[in-house]
Design a protein around this ligand. Structure first.
Ligand code: IPD
Ligand code: CA
Ligand code: CA
Length: 269
């Protein structure tokens, strides 16, 4: 097995154990602090991130790490960067809504080469290695081959941290329903949404304003399962813009066409 994948899995499982211990405590015992509009962090997010950093640095002391909670930890070997979201789905975690994950991506010279997303509730481990495919536990993943949006179920996230985008987001939902989308899912974990595209549990996914740690690992897993992933105008710099669409190529193209007339200038990226 790819040695860095091995370490990423070890780190994700360790963080998952910390999250599950926290999950079993009473909600009253979970310290919650606010970072920004509707943006929360708990002591568990921080402990899980610390555990991941320790595991990574034991094996790779010179690698750089960008963690949601710690920011950039520069490394001597600046061409390898670990991008970490220790708990994707904090709002779900705080409410004891059982859907969240640990997300770890490894980027080499700016290209994501390994992605690990671990759901500790279901003990589901999603992995992707560049050029080698994507797996859920031991099973290979492949996106479905739906021909168009009619009858599809799409995952999305509301732009609750940037409410100015709410009108555009609601207009996108309406335009997609007009194309025959059967239903939408708002699960609360962007990392798992992308993995669920890979596993064909949903037919597609779109969201406004993500951060790289939300989607870097899920992006690789979805693409390695055969998905197309783009920004809102069909480009590939979604890790920078944070605007993301994923699905099979036909679903993504029809989604791009459907949202085109709605895009405000700051969403055309
Ligand atoms: C959030 C989740 C959520 C998405 C938000 C993210 P967090 O991550 O991925 O599904 O809608 O944009 O910020 O804050 O729980 O790590
Ligand atoms: Ca996140
Ligand atoms: Ca997080």
């Amino acid at each position: 097995m790819n040695p860095m994948l091995n370490i990423a899995i070890r780190a994700a499982r360790k963080a998952g154990n910390i999250i599950m211990k926290g999950y079993e405590q009473s909600t009253k015992d979970t310290e919650v602090a606010q970072k920004g509009t509707n943006d929360y962090v708990t002591a568990i997010d921080k402990a899980a991130e610390q555990a991941i950093i320790e595991v990574v640095h034991q094996s790779y002391p010179d690698h750089a790490i960008i963690g949601e909670e710690s920011g950039l930890i520069a490394g001597k070997e600046s061409n390898v960067q670990w991008v970490i979201d220790p708990l994707d789905g904090t709002t779900n975690f705080v409410h004891r809504f059982p859907h969240f994950a640990v997300s770890i991506a490894i980027r080499e010279n700016g290209i994501t080469t390994v992605g690990v997303v671990y759901d500790p509730i279901r003990n589901e481990l999603f992995t992707g290695v560049r050029g080698e495919g994507a797996k859920l536990n031991e099973f290979r993943l492949r996106v479905d081959n739906k021909r168009d949006l009619a009858g599809t179920v799409l995952a999305t996230g509301f732009p609750f941290k940037t409410p100015r985008h709410c009108p555009a987001h609601l207009n996108m939902i309406e335009a997609l329903m007009e194309k025959g989308v059967a239903d939408f899912r708002r699960t609360g974990s962007a990392a798992l949404d992308l993995c669920y595209v890979a596993a064909s549990r949903v037919d597609g996914y779109f969201e406004i304003g993500l951060k790289p740690w939300d989607c870097a690992a899920g992006d690789l897993i979805a693409r390695e399962a055969g998905a197309l992933v783009t920004n809102f105008v069909g480009g590939t710099d979604y890790l920078t813009s944070g605007n993301i669409i994923a699905g099979n190529a036909r679903i993504v193209k029809e989604t791009l066409n459907s949202i085109k007339p709605i895009l405000t200038d700051d969403l055309k990226k």
